[in-house]
Each structure stands twice: as C-alpha cells, then as structure tokens.
Design a protein around this ligand. Structure first.
Ligand code: NAP
Length: 252
C-alpha cells in the first residue's frame, strides 16, 4: 500500500514512538488521526505533521473505554471519509515484582497495577482493532493494522502485567491476520527492544545502563527506527500475521 493520502489512526500519537511514527508517515504523505489523552501534546504532534504538508487531526480518547473508541472511530471516518490503517501504539507501564520480599517485608503487585496495564495495553488494542476493522469493512477500505508489542512479550522480570499484555497482543495479531485477510486487511506487529522515549527514560538510570550493556548493538533504538518498520509493514502487501522484532539483537 502506498502511504500517500492514506488515512492512518495512531493511538498514543501525542508523544514518544507514536509521535515519531506520525511524523514519519506524514513525511510519506499519509493523513493522520492522532489519538491520545492530552490535548496540548496532541496539538503539538498535529502541528508537526501538518508542517510536513499533510492533513492531521487530534482525537482525545481513552483506548480502554469502549464508548470513547467507538465514537472516535466514527468521528475519524466522518472527518476523513475513509480509514486505511491503524497503529495500536498507546501503552503504559506499571512495573513491579509480583511478590517482593525486602528486609522481611512482603509487597505484592496490586490488582490495580495488573488491571491498568491489561486494560490499556491489551483491551485497548482489542477495542481499537475491532472498531477500526468494522469501519474499514463498512467503508470498503482496504489496508493494514500494526500492533506495537514488545521484546517483553517473552517474559520480563518485574513486568508480569506488561509481558502478559504484549504476548496477548502478539498472539491476537496472528488471530486477526487470519480473520481479516478476507476483507483485504493485513494485521502485523512490531516488537521493539529498548527505544529512547519518555517511557524508557523514566526507568532508573542504573537499570537503563545495565540493559544497554547487554544489547549486541550497544545502544538503545531510536524512535525513527521503529517508525521505519511501521511504514514498511504498511507498504509491503505480503506482510501479515507476523511480528517484526526490532531490538538491536537483544534477547531477554
Ligand atoms: P510513551 O512515551 O509513554 O507514549 C505513550 C502514549 O500513549 C502517551 O502519550 C500516553 O499518554 C498515551 N496513552 C497512555 N494510555 C492511553 C490510553 N488509555 N488511551 C490513549 N492514549 C494513551 O510510550 P512509548 O515509549 O512511546 O511507547 C509506545 C508503545 O511502544 C507502547 O505500546 C509501548 O509499550 C511500546 N514499547 C515501547 C518501548 C520503548 O522502549 N519505548 C519498547 C517496547 C515497546 P500519557 O502520557 O498522557 O499517559
């Protein structure tokens, strides 16, 4: 699929990887519907896309809220008249050991921290995929859905919630690729390793340094490198049902 003039929704498009993807796809002439929680961040991202000479609009929407997702997708279809793609990128971290014993004190991962990550990182992907696919079928638009999983899908200590959600996203990418191919919708994913964004820079510096030292390429990835992979998936019409691993060679 050529990206020029195609309408692509990016969740979590206000910052980090989502914003980098938005600017990259804008530079290829795609029209962007950017979804996030904060109006100011979204406005800045929209302005950056528009300065590349393409159409872009902001949508405030919590991807974990069914009604908000349904309304957002309907609004995007009304505003642009078509939808050709979605990047399920919005995600959060609530890291912690499931059980931690320190100085005789036991702490546990709270159900709230478990549920918040499952709600945004897994249920949010389900809701956005379901609604966008339904709208694409209704509008007879063909295209692709790209899910952002993570290297942590393999099982990363301190991330029981996040690893479960990202493994679920990877599994359902295969499910949806099979289910939606008949409608001309491809579904694939990218599993980034450690990439330089607000999310990773919020990690403790010693943990970050330890992680970088074991990456074969000896550096974190750049947001533009993830954006490049997302564009590749949109552009390559034979790519579906697979997760592209972009992690500098790191294995957890
Ligand atoms: P980020 O900088 O934290 O950006 C995520 C964006 O999503 C934020 O703008 C955030 O808004 C938004 N968001 C959070 N919850 C949302 C919700 N319920 N509805 C709508 N938007 C919501 O994260 P990032 O590093 O760019 O990561 C993007 C994706 O890549 C995530 O799925 C992440 O798991 C994945 N990933 C990242 C890395 C990495 O190294 N950075 C590695 C592997 C995978 P607020 O800031 O207002 O919450």
């Amino acid at each position: 699929m050529q990206l020029k003039d195609k309408v692509i929704i990016i969740t979590g498009g206000g910052q980090g990887l989502g914003r980098a993807m938005a600017e990259y796809l804008a530079s290829k002439g795609a029209q962007l519907a950017l979804v996030d929680l904060d109006q100011e961040k979204l406005n800045a991202a929209v302005a950056a896309c528009q300065s590349a000479g393409t159409q872009a609009r902001a949508y405030i929407c919590n991807v974990a809220n069914e009604e908000q997702v349904t309304d957002m997708v309907a609004q995007v279809a009304d505003d642009f008249g078509a939808i050709h793609g979605l990047v399920n990128n919005a995600g959060i971290l609530r890291d912690g050991l499931t059980i931690r014993v320190k100085d005789g004190e036991m702490t546990k991962m709270s159900l709230d921290n478990w549920q918040a990550v499952i709600d945004v990182n897994l249920t949010g992907v389900f809701l956005c995929t379901r609604e966008v696919a339904a709208k694409m079928i209704e509008l007879k638009s063909q295209g692709a859905i790209v899910n952002i999983s993570s290297i942590s899908r393999a099982g990363n200590m301190g991330q029981a919630n996040y690893s479960a959600a990202k493994a679920g996203v990877a599994a359902d990418t295969v499910v949806w690729a099979k289910e939606l191919a008949r409608y001309g919708i491809r579904v694939a994913g990218v599993a980034p390793g450690f990439i330089e964004t607000e999310m990773t820079l919020s990690m403790k510096p010693d943990a970050l340094e330890k992680m970088t030292s074991v990456i074969p390429l000896q550096r974190m990835g750049k947001p533009e490198e993830i954006a490049h992979s997302v564009a590749y998936i949109f552009e390559n019409d034979y790519y579906t049902g697979r997760i592209l691993e972009l992690d500098g060679g790191l294995r957890l």
